[in-house]
Design a protein around this ligand. Structure first.
Ligand code: NDP
Length: 251
């Protein structure tokens, strides 16, 4: 039977690539997007064309504010009713609000913590019981190299993303015996709308020189790692934090 994969932020740079690769593997893929996202039907058309109407692309997209528990509950209820129980959850939605800590407001802190870390509780809480009952599940949390190494101007983001991995390790212990794995993927700098806001001058003088491979990563490179983690072949990998950063940080 086709398994269902729910990808938060599935219309963003990395999320879209993850949706594409999981659909190619035959998962029924559902993408969440922010309420009010105006690009939903363009995204559906693009994906349908890209997938050639084959594999597991359902075209199912659902609004969800991942920072809001009730919105996540309603989202998962709808997915379960209309597509099926969620077997794979990719907690991918995220935001940055970069500034030095001395300028950071409470609102900048809360928005980043709630969207990147609160979301992991809000979404995973809705699907974990079903995964445990069915004795198969995959939770993948998309963190960041900047959680592993720290980053100037990102106290909020680094804290949220590092918190994700603490969550991964603790939940991995709790559900390992039920065939459910929980892992973190920590990308370096990837070519997506999130990094397109970095000024070119900063990119060439500050970011690229830190990357031994000499370029940004592509969303498909992250999606390929997610595709491995959701496979049966990855059943023995749980509680891991997988670095994929062009050699920028080795731990
Ligand atoms: P994008 O900005 O392209 O995508 C982010 C996605 O998150 C969007 O699809 C957006 O939805 C969604 N999102 C944001 N806020 C909310 C919310 N409150 N509720 C629901 N969805 C929300 O970024 P990337 O693809 O680059 O990033 C994906 C993940 O990878 C993030 O968690 C990011 O932190 C992480 N990451 C990215 C790196 C990079 O270099 N790009 C490096 C390391 C980690 P919508 O499409 O509706 O706007």
């Amino acid at each position: 039977m086709q398994k269902v994969a729910l990808v938060t932020g599935g219309m963003g740079g990395i999320g879209q690539a993850v949706c594409g690769q999981l659909a190619m593997l035959g998962f029924k893929v559902v993408a969440t997007h922010t309420p009010g996202n105006a690009k939903v039907s363009a995204w559906q058309d693009f994906m349908r064309e890209k997938m050639g109407g084959g594999a597991g692309f359902t075209g199912f997209a659902i609004p969800c504010d991942v920072a809001d528990y009730d919105s996540c509950r309603a989202c998962v209820e709808t997915v379960e009713r209309e597509v099926g129980p969620v077997d794979v959850l990719v907690n991918n939605a995220g935001i940055t609000r970069d500034m030095t800590f001395r300028r950071m407001t409470r609102a900048d802190w809360d928005a980043v913590i709630d969207t990147n870390l609160g979301s992991v509780f809000n979404m995973t809480r809705q699907v974990i019981d079903g995964m445990v009952e069915r004795k198969w599940g995959r939770v993948i949390n998309v963190s960041s190299v900047n959680a592993q190494k720290g980053a100037f101007g990102q106290t909020n983001y680094a804290a949220a993303k590092a918190g994700m991995h603490g969550f991964t390790k603790a939940l991995a212990l709790e559900v390992a015996r039920y065939g459910v794995t929980v892992n973190t993927v920590s990308p370096g700098y990837i070519e997506t709308p999130m990094t397109s806001v970095i000024p070119t001058e900063i990119m060439t003088s500050k970011v690229l020189p830190q990357i031994p491979v000499g370029r940004l990563g592509s969303p498909d490179e992250i999606a390929a790692l997610v595709a491995y983690l959701v496979s049966d072949a990855a059943a023995y990998m749980t509680g891991a934090d997988l670095s994929i950063n062009g050699g920028m940080h080795m731990s």
